[in-house]
Design a protein around this ligand. Structure first.
Ligand code: KOT
Length: 798
């Protein structure tokens, strides 16, 4: 233990006094949270400094994980657990009449991410710290995180997420590490042919550091988030009018003001590009300036530094590193290319064409003239080197094409590793989306199936299950997740299976209580909790789930012989503010909830709860309570998924298509312990290539499908109003791009299979246990070990 009880208690009292000039008895839970977090930060500060010193003195290789998103979730509880002071702090707080839950819940969640990609970054940072790997995060300190979702008349309304209001006790502003980021201007070449960038606008990038604490604080890594501030030198300060200065300040601050500004307009897009360059440039400048303190030759960079780019959003790392090496350190092109190529590695998270980032060349040319020149030259060299390749291959592989810069191509060509995030996804990268690049650089492509943090998703979110596991197989699984497999010895033990059910029921009751208190909705903990929690996107097919519920609803009210185990359908997720159709699906589900939940004919056999503002904290409540995990994306479209792993770990049975990591889940649990339906990869690819899918035909020939689809537009759901028309059109007029109708029957069958499986409770509990027992491979610790070994070549420092 890092500290004894009395000492910690005294520190906390002192901290409250310092922060508020009040005694701990007279402050609020939020205030206690702030002071407690600061006390913890102080407690680990020696370890944080020592860690940095060790890495510096031993010249250990370090990784910098560049990501536009880090969705950390609340930090207090995880940190208390990792420092092994949770119980102690709980009892100290009790001394002052505070409940630890209330204090934990008063932490505002930093919503610095959209979904899977941002949450993965946070799980990875957690694993790195716990494995003793020197890996630091580099990102943006958005003033406003992911919007807060509210519902009005069933529609999604977006409210600003002012998460920094008040104090963020975890961060330290590092004024003296400020960097300058330059935009615009012109470039000329001096007599030595060196590029001179002039007449640019400057922005200050101020870093805020957050400690990433490993178990017992043996390792404390750093998450560095950059904030944009006005940069004026003395002469400007003396000459600029006050109002002009404020105008400029506002303009500058916009860069780090919000996560993912709406990119449906050019103005929004430009801001996004500014963001990308901002944290890339600031991060790299600070890394190189630290590296130079080692006095090593710059050619040593790849041996001491690995830079990982989380999807293409930080791809400007490539030309920016080249720029620093050439224009500031005076290396030649060839040397700079060698260093860059051996330093940067890239993860791809999507094969959806519309999400593959490409920037109009003129945007880059105007905003980042020197960077654009470097990209052009890299493209020229690529073309020169591969001039022997056929026209078609070159068309697909060049960096610049038809006036656009293709970031994924730049990332593959100028890095040493490209990985996908599940086996199928990596396969599709190699054989479909990046086929030609793969043929040129086959050795660069590799798979790293995603993983999730066990500390957050069982130890913290489901302590009841964690201690049942401890009592059954011992605690080794907490350090070595593959040891969960020891649970396989208990799958026929009736006492264990009963206990699994007891734990699940505790979590279901807790969630039911939460839903009653917070949303005034009554749900039955004895019903099946069927969960779909993820961003709203057409390819994730919440629409398919909704149509099946609609169909069940018809059956329940019209067919007296139709038997249905009471089921609570739980939804959570946001739609991008500009994603019109996804918002219509949200409206549909809310309308269904309105009608079904209040229809006496349903007799509570169906309930729908759409939890507003789904975020990490809500996930922590929902996931332990889930019986069924809906993973129903169109095959090929979900790169991996990670909620599938969290739900499996917590004993939910997966209802899934053969997509993303679902395939690997099936491989782990076997066909009897998962329910699979729908088109597979080949069938989807064939339809797409042969253009022979006909949704209207299905609609015309299948009366069930017709009835359900018609219910979107025939007034069956009065609350939906005209909002069903767009969904109807997407299925019929636009020929159902995501094969919802094609998979409808098979999905319905699968959902009935789930129903009948749940009736056999013993067998169900066994399946549940098998899911938990075989989830070890999906620990992000395991994933990160593979990144460390195969990609980064870094070792733990303890
Ligand atoms: C978003 C925009 C551009 C490129 C990629 C994305 C993206 C992909 N955002 N989130 N993802 C998800 O990443 C997760 C972590 O790898 C995957 O599990 C999931 O399937 C992706 O959709």
């Amino acid at each position: 233990m890092l500290v004894d009880r009395e000492q910690f208690k005294e520190e906390l009292i002192k901290q409250v006094k310092n922060d508020y000039s009040q005694s701990i008895q007279s402050v609020s839970a939020t205030e206690v949270y702030i002071s407690l977090a600061k006390t913890i930060r102080h407690l680990i500060s020696d370890r944080w400094v020592e860690h940095k010193d060790t890495v510096r003195n031993e010249l250990s290789k370090q990784v910098f994980y560049f990501s536009l998103e880090f969705m950390t979730g609340r930090l207090l509880k995880e940190n208390l657990i990792k420092l092994d002071i949770y119980d102690m702090v709980e009892s100290i707080l009790k001394d002052f009449d505070f409940s630890i839950d209330e204090v934990i819940e008063s932490e505002r969640e930093p919503g610095l991410g959209n979904g899977g990609l941002g949450r993965l970054a946070a799980c990875f940072m957690d694993s790195c710290a716990c494995l003793g790997l020197p890996v630091n995060g580099n990102g943006i300190r958005y003033n406003y995180g992911m919007f807060e979702q509210r519902f009005s008349e069933g529609n999604q309304i977006e409210w600003p997420d002012d998460w920094l209001r008040g104090d963020n006790p975890w961060e330290i502003r590092k004024e003296n590490r400020t960097q300058i980021v330059k935009y615009g201007g012109t470039v000329r070449f001096d007599e030595d042919s060196r590029a001179i960038h002039e007449n640019y606008d400057m922005v200050h990038a101020v870093p805020y550091d957050i400690p990433l604490i490993g178990n017992d604080a043996k390792t404390v890594n750093t998450l560095r988030l950059w904030s944009a501030e006005l940069s004026l030198d003395d002469s400007e300060l003396n000459s600029i009018e006050y109002s002009k200065m404020e105008e400029k300040r506002t303009e500058t601050k916009k860069i780090t003001n919000v996560l993912y500004p709406d990119d449906s307009t050019d103005e929004g897009k430009l801001l996004r590009l500014k963001q990308e360059y901002f944290f890339v440039s600031a991060g790299l400048q600070s890394i190189i300036s630290e590296f130079k303190k080692t006095k090593l030759s710059l050619s040593e960079i790849p041996n001491k530094v690995a830079i990982h780019i989380n999807d293409t959003h930080p791809t400007l790392c490539i030309p920016e590193l080249m720029r620093i090496l050439m224009d500031e350190e005076y290396l030649e092109w060839d040397e700079a290319i060698e260093i860059t190529k051996h330093t940067i590695s890239y993860t791809n998270h999507t094969i959806m064409q519309e999400a593959l980032e490409k920037w109009p060349a003129h945007f880059l040319k105007n905003l980042l003239p020197r960077i654009y020149m470097i990209i052009e030259e890299l493209d020229r060299r690529f073309l020169e080197k591969y001039s022997n390749l056929d026209h078609e291959t070159l068309k697909n592989t060049t960096i610049i094409s038809e006036g656009y810069v293709r970031m994924a191509n730049l990332a593959v060509i100028m890095s040493y590793s490209t990985n996908g995030v599940a086996k199928l996804h990596t396969e599709l990268l190699k054989t479909e989306v990046m086929k030609d690049l793969y043929n040129i650089y086959p050795e660069r492509f590799n798979n790293k199936t995603n993983g999730v943090s066990y500390r957050r998703w069982i130890e913290s979110a489901n302590p009841e299950l964690a201690s049942l596991i401890d009592n059954t197989i011992g605690e080794s699984w907490r350090k070595n997740p593959l040891d969960l497999a020891k649970l396989n010895d208990y799958t026929d033990d009736p006492i264990m299976l009963d206990k699994i059910e007891v734990v699940k029921n505790i979590k279901k009751e807790a969630f039911a209580n939460f839903v009653r208190q917070k949303y005034n909705i009554i749900i039955d903990p004895k019903s099946i909790f069927d969960v779909q929690i993820k961003r709203f996107h057409e390819y994730k097919r919440q629409l398919l789930n909704a149509l099946n519920i609609l169909y069940m609803y018809h059956k329940v009210i019209s067919d007296p012989n139709f038997k249905m185990h009471p089921t609570t359908y739980i939804f959570g997720g946001k739609a991008a503010s500009s994603y019109y159709r996804a918002k219509k699906v949200i409206k549909l589900i809310n309308s269904l909830a309105f009608h079904i939940n209040s229809d006496p004919r349903v007799k509570n056999r169906i309930k729908i709860v759409f939890v507003p503002n789904y975020n990490v904290s809500l996930a922590e409540k929902i996931i332990p309570a889930a019986n069924v995990s809906e993973q129903i994306s169109t095959a090929t479209m979900e790169a991996s998924g990670t909620s599938n792993m969290k739900l499996m770990l917590n004993g939910a049975i997966t209802l899934a298509t053969l997509d993303g990591a679902n395939i690997e889940i099936r491989d782990q649990v076997g066909d009897d312990n998962i329910v699979i339906f729908g088109l597979n990869k080949q069938e989807v690819l064939d339809y797409q290539k042969n253009h022979n899918y006909n949704a209207s035909e299905l609609y015309e020939n299948n009366p069930d499908i017709k009835m359900v689809v018609d219910s979107l537009v025939n007034g069956f759901l009065p609350k939906l109003g005209y909002d069903g028309i767009d969904l109807y059109d997407s299925l019929l007029k636009e020929n159902d791009r995501f094969f919802v109708l094609r998979d409808f029957e098979s999905y319905h069958e699968a959902s009935l299979q789930i129903q009948s499986m749940y009736r056999e409770r013993k067998a169900w509990n066994k399946k549940s246990l098998i899911n938990t027992a075989n989830a070890g491979v999906f620990s992000s610790d395991e994933t990160i070990k593979r990144y460390a070994q195969d990609i980064w070549n870094v070792k733990g420092i303890y």
